[in-house]
Design a protein around this ligand. Structure first.
Ligand SMILES: Cc1cc2nc3c(=O)[nH]c(=O)nc-3n(C[C@H](O)[C@H](O)[C@H](O)COP(=O)(O)OP(=O)(O)OC[C@H]3O[C@@H](n4cnc5c(N)ncnc54)[C@H](O)[C@@H]3O)c2cc1C
Ligand code: SF4
Ligand code: SF4
Ligand code: SF4
Length: 386
């Protein structure tokens, strides 16, 4: 049976829990809300399937891959669609086609009060909830079973998620059912902690004495595609912008441990198509994103991906690019986890959200002091080098 000696060796994909015919595995949250398999040994019959299905290692399946992905810059022809999505809305063009053919689409949406979970959509209206990057690990509990049922009933399924999620699903459904399954992943920087996100929402509502009715992890409509600030719409129709989540995201201090040793930060993608923000578009496709509304980097990784992307291209402006010039950091190596990641978790466990944010957030007195010291140091350095 599967054993997690080091939490960095598990990405939480749920493949092991989904494959266990004895229902011996449940996914249980750690202190930050990341899910890990927990085995009920009284139910386990030592069949070994859970170990076999686990793909969070360097031997994950890429057997359908082209020798090298084909890379494109892409943007939806309809600017309204671009504005509703994180990058260039390539996901929308691709998933539109699947839905129009009677297929189903899975992606990251919300449940309860902005808890990030994977969901199933059969219409474009349902699918629209998946648009936009949610910088929190999504909960996949029960979803792999649902995908398998859809495939068994003959439906075409598009599953979109992080590469560790698509890789786990690929192993779980097996080769036979893979035929009608389209996997779309993202270039992935890492996923933040569900409980910190939950507490952040509660904290904002407590502070402003209003209820949040909509969130935007990266508000493109007010700040453009390149900038990164989170926005919240409140129940009195007022709107606030914050930067705490963005700050913590780039600190890499609340990522899942596995993100620091991620096996998918390369061109061997575990999916048919990979979507990303096209950082470096200025040199590769000058003029393509001058209005700063967003542009995708698309990697077409398999023959199936190639055919699907060709059809989706009817709604996309695209340009071929040389993949060697588009290797952003998370296509080369995992994000480096903050050295205080463990201390952060301990502080959260012992002192809760507010106190932890005073130390690690970007508004407490320690952060302000540090920022001022850095600013003075920068001015002195500039003065001395003149
Ligand atoms: C946690 C995270 C980290 C990322 N890191 C990078 C990066 O380092 N570099 C880069 O270039 N791009 C990164 N992206 C991808 C990028 O932000 C866009 O999601 C991607 O370019 C698709 O844009 P789009 O306009 O085509 O999709 P949209 O129409 O905006 O659709 C969003 C897509 O992302 C999926 N998605 C959203 N949130 C999650 C989630 N929490 N878990 C799994 N899937 C999710 C949805 O299911 C959907 O398929 C990241 C995205 C996420 C969610
Ligand atoms: S990576 Fe996935 S399959 Fe492997 S132990 Fe974790 S949840 Fe189970
Ligand atoms: S070894 Fe088999 S029975 Fe035991 S937990 Fe793993 S899948 Fe379930
Ligand atoms: S960085 Fe890797 S391990 Fe972390 S969520 Fe993304 S794909 Fe999964």
């Amino acid at each position: 049976m599967i054993q997690i000696d080091n939490p960095a060796n598990c990405c939480g994909c749920t493949a092991c829990a989904s494959i266990c015919a004895q229902d011996a595995i449940t996914m249980e949250p750690d202190a930050l809300g990341f899910l890990y398999p927990k085995i009920d040994v009284t139910k386990c019959v030592e069949c070994g399937l859970c170990e076999k299905v686990c793909q969070f290692n360097e031997h994950y399946d890429c057997s359908l891959n082209l020798p090298l992905p084909k890379a494109y810059a892409a943007r939806h022809k309809d600017l309204n669609e671009v504005m509703k999505s994180r990058s260039g809305a390539a996901f929308v063009a691709i998933s539109d086609y699947i839905l129009e053919q009677g297929g189903v689409v899975y992606g990251a949406g919300y449940k309860d009060h902005f808890r990030v979970v994977h969901k199933r959509a059969t219409t474009k209206a349902e699918r629209d909830e998946f648009r936009g990057s949610k910088y929190v690990q999504s909960d996949l509990t029960g979803v792999f079973h649902q995908v398998k049922e859809d495939l068994k009933s003959g439906l075409t399924v598009l599953f979109s998620g992080t590469p560790c999620q698509t890789s786990g699903l690929n192993a779980y459904v097996g080769k036979k059912l893979r035929q009608n399954l389209v996997l779309v992943d993202i270039v992935c920087h890492g996923v933040p902690a569900p409980y910190i996100w939950r507490d952040y929402i509660n904290h904002i509502e407590f502070e402003c004495k209003k209820i949040i009715v909509a969130v935007d992890f990266r508000d493109k409509s007010h700040y453009g595609w390149k900038d990164h600030k989170e926005s919240f719409l409140l129940d009195d129709e007022s709107f606030i912008t914050k930067t705490l989540w963005t700050h913590l995201f780039y600190q890499h201090i609340m990522f899942r441990h596995s993100c620091g040793v991620c096996h998918f930060t390369n061109l061997q993608r575990p999916s048919d198509i990979t979507l990303a923000d096209f950082w470096g578009w200025e040199e590769n496709v000058p003029g393509f994103n001058d209005d700063n509304r967003g542009v995708n980097l698309v990697l077409v990784n398999t023959e199936k991906g190639k055919n699907l992307f060709k059809t989706a291209c009817n709604n996309l402006d695209t340009k071929d690019v040389d993949i060697r010039n588009c290797l952003q950091p998370n296509l080369q190596h995992p994000s480096v986890i903050h050295p205080d990641r463990k201390t952060f978790e301990k502080a959260y466990k012992q002192k809760g959200f507010r106190k932890t944010m005073q130390k690690y957030g970007n508004s407490g007195w320690q952060y302000q002091l540090k920022a001022r010291v850095h600013k003075v140091a920068r001015i002195i350095k500039k003065f001395l080098t003149k």
